[in-house]
Design a protein around this ligand. Structure first.
Ligand SMILES: Nc1ncnc2c1ncn2[C@@H]1O[C@H](COP(=O)(O)OP(=O)(O)O)[C@@H](O)[C@H]1O
Ligand SMILES: [Mg+2]
Length: 345
């Protein structure tokens, strides 16, 4: 059965009943879940338990600028759910319940209430160090364990179409077009990252895609997952802590510390696999490119005002012109630059 829009309750109920996903006399409650920009997401509340979350990929993403991506990526997300669950401790990834490729949708078990979105907690000023450690360790575990099973996993995730259409073009290329002085740096980084096929890369590793339930993180949103450059996940995720450090200004030190803790936890969990100066150099470059992309790409951080975006842009551009010998060195430079700018403003 075709279902064009899972946000319409009547067709959704008929769809679920017809396909045997709920009993024919069952009347679940539906609730639209907001927060994402690239999918329709609906919580299906069932009496007696077994709540589901259904996600249907959109062709045109819900952002201010025109941004499109093939909705077949929902199949990639289903593969991500399956494989990530095998690579991570129980409870860190929702279980895939069913997939429907024709309708570009999937269903997974709902993370039980009560839970919070970690981005909301962080923006509310709650920086829980234990969760930062979990977040960094989980990323390291995914990178390490996927690498250890590379013969099986690499071929499944080798296609990088969605990484190109959802990350490289809208984040890196778009930001480079708006900042010609960063163009050389970003072009070189894109060529470099295109040549690296080391392990499973989540591609959307952020607090927004992390729920907190009973003191543990649960990772969501795997449609950009691919076999590639693990430094991208680090640059992308570190940027979320640095962006919040920028947002909180003089009170932002805790978020830079969280970035350091995240990196330390990651390193502990990869057990020396992804390390060394060449790797750290890549992490630094992805962090700088993401810092710029999150103000001048197609999906800017919505919590940054024009003044704060400008601060982040200037710092990223300035640091792109310098060399950094390590990720810790980058954190020191970011801390120095943020403090310097805050004292002048
Ligand atoms: N399994 C789940 N359990 C509970 N809530 C979920 C689940 N999956 C998604 N959500 C909620 O829906 C929101 C959007 O989901 P997400 O997978 O991030 O979609 P998008 O790809 O559109 O960003 C999440 O921020 C979260 O609040
Ligand atoms: Mg999301």
């Amino acid at each position: 059965m075709r279902i064009c829009n899972i946000e319409e309750p009547e067709p959704l109920l008929e769809y679920l009943r017809t396909n045997g996903h709920v009993r024919s006399d069952e009347a679940p409650e539906f609730q639209k879940l907001s927060g994402g920009v690239s999918n329709r997401t609906v919580l299906v509340r069932r009496k007696g338990g077994g709540d589901l979350v259904i996600k249907q990929a959109l062709e045109k993403l819900r952002v201010a600028v025109d941004w499109r991506s093939d909705p077949c990526r929902s199949h990639r997300e289903a593969l991500g759910l399956k494989w990530l669950a095998r690579l991570t401790p129980a409870g860190r990834i929702p279980r895939l319940v069913f997939e429907d490729q024709e309708n570009h949708l999937l269903a997974m078990n709902a993370v039980p209430e009560p839970h919070t979105n970690w981005k909301t907690d962080l923006l509310g000023g709650d920086v829980n160090e234990a969760l930062v450690v979990q977040f960094g360790s989980l990323l390291g575990e995914i990178h390490r364990r996927a690498f250890e099973s590379r013969d099986v996993i690499a071929p499944i995730f080798e296609d990088r179409t969605y990484f190109r259409t959802l990350r490289l073009e809208p984040y890196y290329e778009f930001a480079a077009r708006r900042n010609p002085e960063a163009s050389g740096f970003i072009q070189t980084l894109m060529v470099e990252t295109d040549g690296i096929r080391e392990t499973l890369v989540h591609g959307d590793y952020s607090p927004k895609n992390t729920l907190v339930h009973e003191g543990s993180v649960v990772l969501l949103d795997h449609e950009v997952i691919h076999w590639g450059d693990p430094a991208f996940d680090l640059g992308f995720s570190i940027t979320h802590f640095v962006g919040k450090a920028n947002h909180f200004g003089c009170a932002g030190g805790r978020y830079l510390n969280a970035a350091r803790t995240h990196w330390t936890a990651y390193r502990g969990s990869v057990c020396g696999l992804f390390s060394g100066s060449e790797f750290e150099g890549r992490v630094v470059r992805h962090t700088l490119a993401c810092l710029l992309a999150r103000v001048d790409g197609r999906s800017p951080l919505e919590y940054l005002t024009a003044l704060k975006s400008d601060r982040q842009r200037r710092i990223a551009l300035d640091l792109m012109a310098r060399t950094h010998d390590s990720v810790e060195g980058l954190f020191d430079a970011l801390q120095f630059r943020l403090n310097q700018r805050l004292s002048c403003e």
